[in-house]
Design a protein around this ligand. Sequence first.
Ligand SMILES: [Zn+2]
Length: 315
Amino acid sequence: MDGYAGQQQALQNMSSSKVALSIDVEDWFHGPHITGSDFSFYPDVESFMKTWDKPYDHITRPTALIIALLKEYNIRCTFFIVADVMDYYPGLVESIVDAGHEIGCHSLHHKMSLHTKTKKAFISKDEFEQDTGKSKEKLESVYGKNIIGYRAPGAYIGDWMFESLIKLGFKYDSSVTANSLYNKTDFNTSKISSVPYWIDKNNSKLLEIPWPYFKIGPVRFPTGGGPFLRLFPSWYSIKGIRESLKRGDSVYYWHPYDVNEQSFPELASKNKRRPFFFKKSSKNGEKKMRQIIESFSGKWACCEDIYKKNLTTQS
Ligand SMILES: [Zn+2]
């Protein structure tokens, strides 16, 4: 496609494209430096809960704030929820369902499925299927509907997981981030852009809704959300979403703790297990969220909308 045709195509894409807004509902102790990864302080959430004797709630207030914000802007989005939130924060998931949002699955305890360095399986396929199936059912008991969307904890997604997701009844996944700075998959992402695409496993299909990025020269900068909201001014996310919308539909995400104004507990910082992006509290989180929302007025959707829209491209 020549330059002019390319520009016309980008303009056309921009006018019809939607960006799914998603919220990954987890608390700070679900972070890979605290629980559930190859470098975590505690092996799992259960052992954290057994030994942690200080307050730990960095989720209730910011989730309520986000629900209010979405109501104000009249946006229905997708909440990918870690199912054990139902045990530690009774009523929280109900408040999200009552507000009319789509519920997606973000695992049972936010345990990583891949080893963060080698990208080899950190849990077995059986364990993945059991935990994910259990979390899906648990969340569906409140949602009252089938859950069709999945997001991998920490966005660590292996090719072997797609077959399991299809088997468990998921229709789409939104975990793949193709960028030049890091790769959290066990497959090559160089041919993947930010445009949703179909994954075929044994003649069954799953839609992947990959994360946004912007390009400077050949370098692709990830702008999915979360840490980028805490670390950078809002223009960084806005640039990534805008460029991705020129390519096609896109997705963006936040955590409730991205609008948490208190600093996270210092746990695990002494032995350098705490990644730099967890050291910054989010003083301007709400302001940045508003700037991002207002920059794409009329463009917001939930992941289910993107899935339904892309059904027509399934071949
Ligand atoms: Zn997560």
